[in-house]
Design a protein around this ligand. Structure first.
Ligand code: SAH
Ligand code: SF4
Ligand code: F3S
Length: 469
């Protein structure tokens, strides 16, 4: 038998790319590829790219430069594929610009990878960026039990892909295509398989995940609230999250789900982009700041312990000091536990890119600095308020020091505890004792692994390790 071929996938961008990377890996595993974590010993390198901002998109070319150099040094040709949103946006341009690339494949054609690789082996420069009629999810391979176990107790699952909203700054509707929701039964089947392999927490992902409207078993469209209910009922699944939501699509059922479903984590990423109504209109966000406040209030009313995070863009064309002040004001009023903020990046083909009133870099820098300082203060005070609180922590992986396990709080904070390795994949009851900028530390009080006999031995292990530390 010949040596198995080695595959290295490097992902940039959002969580959907992380999910896609796994599905490509699973699909190619069926063809005999095994995963490696370095480009040096790979036979096939896939760069899974992101086009959202210029900096993200440029990364692919520096990465390709590195690969070319590596191949020259090794005197060996490795097959190189560019996937993801840059592949979709730039297509054949990439093959022209970078000789090292053998294959370009857009996100809707990953199920065709095996045949595309075979043709690229015959002739360099295969480009596949059509939106096929068939559903790739029907053809992508599921992960094996070993792959599930290797990836740990949390998993992303794409439930909705694409976007019909066309915010004027954004490339996603062009790179991912129109909004498509997967049927409920297929998602349930996928999550049941993950749960069977040890997954305890799933994050349902989509570019507009709360616009989800997949068909149920009787062929009727169901919303995200119904999907969450079905996922939470799967044996083994303890926690459900969803991301990314659009404020316009936070419907009554979904808000009620935050009240009725304990498995739904009390942490909601709800991008707002700007606090200025004038800019929200120019961005084509289809809502104003008042709607945002209203949603935050309604979710807080049914789930008082909920925390919010968001995305912000500063320096959108035409943004005045007043507009920016409105953004700062919105942040002050809502209070966020976390956030991502970006300087506006003009993207080819989007309406805002050709707007005459682009904002100078120096102004953008000033604004992002002020915004991030405020958001960081809010995050720090949220974290600080967790000191002394008790949470269920999902134990995910070994920490840096012996005896340490890293888990996640309901608010996605990293929490370091002392616990035996065997407790990974279980929920531990933890009291938060220390708070630092990057993580929290806590003490295990009990939990799934620590019930009954296991509790005693775990407490013993912890005591011993504490003495050592
Ligand atoms: N679907 C999500 C966001 C997807 S992109 C939503 O509707 O909110 C993730 C984030 O990148 C966006 O929320 C936005 O803050 C940022 N972003 C998108 N396009 C951008 C651009 N041209 N320049 C700077 N930031 C951008
Ligand atoms: Fe982009 Fe707007 Fe769609 Fe989000 S809703 S993916 S920001 S176009
Ligand atoms: Fe980037 Fe595409 Fe995700 S542009 S953010 S990888 S949908």
């Amino acid at each position: 038998m010949s040596e198995p071929r080695k595959l290295y996938v490097k992902s940039f961008g959002c969580q959907m790319n992380v999910y896609d990377a796994q599905r490509m890996t699973d699909t190619l595993a069926r063809e005999g590829y095994v995963e490696t974590n370095s480009a040096e010993d790979a036979d096939l390198v896939i760069l899974n790219t992101c086009h959202i901002r210029e900096k993200a998109a440029e990364k692919v070319y520096s990465e390709l430069g590195r690969l070319r150099k590596q191949q020259e040094e090794q005197g060996r040709k490795t097959m190189v594929a560019v996937a993801g949103c840059v592949a979709q946006a730039e297509g054949a341009e990439i093959v022209k610009r970078a000789r090292v690339v053998d294959l370009v494949v857009g996100p809707q054609s990953y199920h065709r990878l095996p045949e595309l690789i075979a043709s690229a082996e015959q002739k360099r420069g295969v480009v596949e960026t059509e939106f096929p009629v068939e559903d790739k999810f029907d053809f992508l391979a599921p992960p094996t039990r070993q792959a599930i176990a290797r990836r740990g107790p949390t998993a992303f699952v794409t439930v909705q892909e694409g976007c019909d909203k066309f915010c004027t700054f954004c490339v996603v509707p062009y790179t991912r295509g129109a909004e498509v929701s997967r049927p409920i039964a297929k998602i349930v089947e996928e999550v049941a398989r993950l749960a069977d392999g040890g997954v305890r927490e799933v994050t349902l992902i989509g570019q507009n995940v709360n616009a989800y409207h997949g068909l149920d078993e009787r062929g009727r469209p169901a919303g995200l609230a119904e999907l969450v209910r079905r996922i939470a009922a799967i044996e083994g699944i303890a926690r459900v999250r969803y991301t990314t939501s659009h404020p316009r699509d936070m419907d009554d059922e979904l808000i009620a789900a935050h009240r009725d479903m304990p498995a739904l984590m009390p942490y909601l990423h709800l991008p707002v982009q700007s606090g200025s109504n004038r800019l929200l209109a120019a961005m084509n966000r289809k809502h104003d700041r008042e709607l945002y406040f209203e949603i935050v209030e309604r979710v807080r009313a049914v789930r008082p312990d909920i925390a919010f995070s968001s995305d912000f863009i500063v320096g959108f064309p035409g943004e005045t000091d007043e507009d920016f002040a409105d953004t700062m004001d919105l942040v002050e009023k809502v209070g966020f536990a976390g956030a991502f903020s970006f300087k506006y990046s003009p993207r080819p083909g989007t309406p805002a890119a050709t707007h005459a009133d682009q904002i100078p870099e120096a102004v953008m820098n000033e604004r992002i600095y002020a915004l991030q300082a405020l958001l960081e203060r809010q995050k720090a005070s949220f974290d600080e308020a967790c000191r002394g609180r008790r949470f269920d922590i999902l134990l995910e992986k070994p920490g840096r020091l012996p005896g340490q396990i890293i888990g996640r709080s309901p608010y996605l904070q990293s929490v370091v505890v002392l616990a035996p390795r065997e407790a990974i994949g279980t929920l531990a009851r933890v009291e938060i004792r220390e708070v630092s900028t990057r993580s929290l530390a806590g003490e295990v009080l009990g939990g799934e692994f620590f019930a009954g006999g296991a509790a005693a031995s775990a407490a013993h292990v912890m005591r011993e390790e504490k003495v050592e530390a």
